[in-house]
Design a protein around this ligand. Structure first.
Ligand code: PLP
Length: 482
């Protein structure tokens, strides 16, 4: 932090007080232990299947679960619900151009709404223009988000993640652990043939690596390589503002650059962007598919046509007019400096508290604390899902709901049916925006101190039902005997 901004009230040792007032509240209740045992059994030992009423602190996701601001709420009343060419759409479109520099926009109901439009159309484009062999398609990312991976797979692509070697090593700190390994990226392109790569996805921040940021230099490096091979780059940018904040804090040359200017520059290093607006853009529902310029206008038009069938007419896509107004405001709200600082510090506070009691975490990232469940439960092999076993225990002890980010989430190779090797077995404590306070963080830390005492007694899990795709959503389990 710059010297003139030093304020003894906000020195490093204290948690940043919330930079907002709480004016509307949602009551939450902690049900009894007996009821929690029953609820978890009914959910098939899958925390994702619990009912919200049975959860005290819900750290399942920060997707659409955060608070909205007064300005966002007020904007909803301005919705123009015209079927075609609504004013609200034109506003959203111009906000996207203003913030990101992208010319062509389709609103979607959420991130995967954008994915279902661009994935088949980029494949088609590469087949028409570059002779892609549909039986050999490979798509590459620093690390694919689960739905982004699934959309590529159901369209016949093989997935290749090319993160750095240390991305998943929780014992190593790094400034930009979400970075691509650029050599590995190039090798992968060469190995599979550039014409067989319909697109590359830069995920910011990289969710699957633990909300870890990607540096500007790396984004630029990826884009430069992709240009060499004429491969389009998609920015999967749900947490673009958090990524911009990390660049400002960590990357030399950006310390005095505004979040807005960093954001604009990040988006230069892609051809299109696919955004789940339920994360940084703070809306409960919404997404964006935008193209930088007219280079891929044919693909954009194909996406518009597919949008009519799958989402809605392209000037509302998956959203009502009021929701487009709210999103247009949320995109600006997400970039407020003090707001991003508070959010990242809240995660740091949680991670520090956990590490102090000996619970090893991935270095703090943007939206969650990632606990190394593999290290906390070394007696449970990856095939018995230590992350989900830990999530079960945390719910039973404290009513806290968390998801597994490990072998369960990663799933099987769709072609061979073999479990994909997972670099780390994590449990994610996801923090919704402006929803929980410091005392909730303290409660979570206390719960872990109790869970840790009985860690050796926690049992692994086996499927009683395994769905064919995105299995973590609907899977059910039984406990494995010790
Ligand atoms: C959430 C997310 C998605 C999918 O978006 P939904 O709104 O959940 O459909 C895609 N990519 C990343 C990086 C995400 O975080």
């Amino acid at each position: 932090m710059k010297a003139e901004l030093y304020d003894p009230m906000l020195s490093d040792s204290i948690h940043l007080p919330e930079p907002f007032r709480i004016r509307v509240i949602e009551p939450i209740t902690r049900i009894s232990k007996t009821d929690r045992v029953r609820a978890l059994e009914q959910a098939g030992l899958n925390t994702l299947l619990l009912d919200s009423k049975d959860v005290y602190i819900d750290c399942l996701t920060d997707s659409g679960t955060g608070a909205v601001t007064q300005s966002m709420q007020a904007a909803m009343l301005l919705g123009d619900e015209a079927y075609s060419g609504s004013k609200s759409f034109r506003k959203l479109e111009s906000v996207v151009t203003n913030i990101f520099g992208y010319a062509l926009t389709i609103p979607t109901h959420q991130g995967r709404g954008a994915e279902q439009l661009y994935v088949p159309n980029l494949i088609k484009y590469r087949e028409t223009h570059h002779g892609l062999d549909k039986s050999k398609m490979v798509v590459i990312s620093n690390f694919f988000f689960d739905t982004t991976q699934a959309h590529a797979q159901i369209n016949g692509c093989t997935i290749k993640n090319t993160p750095s070697d240390q991305a998943f090593d929780t014992s190593v700190d790094g400034l930009f652990k979400g970075n691509f390994d650029l050599e590995r990226l190039r090798d992968t392109i060469e190995t599979h043939g550039p014409h067989n790569i319909p697109y590359i996805v830069s995920t910011i921040t990289c969710n699957s690596i633990g909300g870890q940021p990607v540096s500007m230099a790396n984004l630029k490096g990826v884009y430069t390589i992709a240009k060499e091979y004429e491969i389009p780059v998609v920015l999967d940018c749900a947490r673009f503002a958090e990524n911009a904040y990390f660049i400002q804090q960590r990357e030399p040359g950006y310390e005095n650059v505004s979040i807005e200017a960093i954001t604009k520059e990040m988006f230069e290093y892609a051809d299109l962007m696919s955004m789940s607006a339920k994360k940084d853009a703070m809306v409960p529902m919404g997404g964006l598919l935008s193209f930088k310029n007219r280079q891929y206008e044919d693909v954009f038009k194909d996406c518009q046509n597919l949008c009519v069938v799958l989402e809605g007419f392209p000037t509302y896509g998956g959203l009502e007019g009021g929701a487009m107004e709210r999103l247009a405001v949320g995109l600006y709200e997400s970039m407020r400096q003090e707001w991003l600082e508070y959010r990242v510090k809240q995660i740091e506070y949680l991670v520090e508290g956990l590490e102090k009691i000996g619970v090893v975490c991935q270095q703090p990232g943007g939206h969650a604390a990632f606990v190394d469940a593999g290290r906390l439960l070394p007696h449970i092999p990856p095939t018995q899902f230590p992350g989900m076993a830990l999530a079960n225990e945390l719910y039973l002890i404290a009513g806290i709901r968390t998801p597994e980010i490990g072998s369960l989430l990663l799933g099987r190779d769709p072609k061979t049916g073999v479990q994909l090797p997972c670099p780390a077995e994590l449990l994610r404590i996801t923090i919704p925006r402006a929803t929980y306070t410091q005392s909730h963080m303290d409660y979570i830390i206390k719960a872990f101190s109790i869970v840790k005492e009985n860690a050796s007694q926690i049992r692994g899990l086996a499927f009683s039902y395994e769905p064919p795709v995105l299995r973590h959503f609907n899977a059910r389990f039984t406990q494995v005997d010790m």
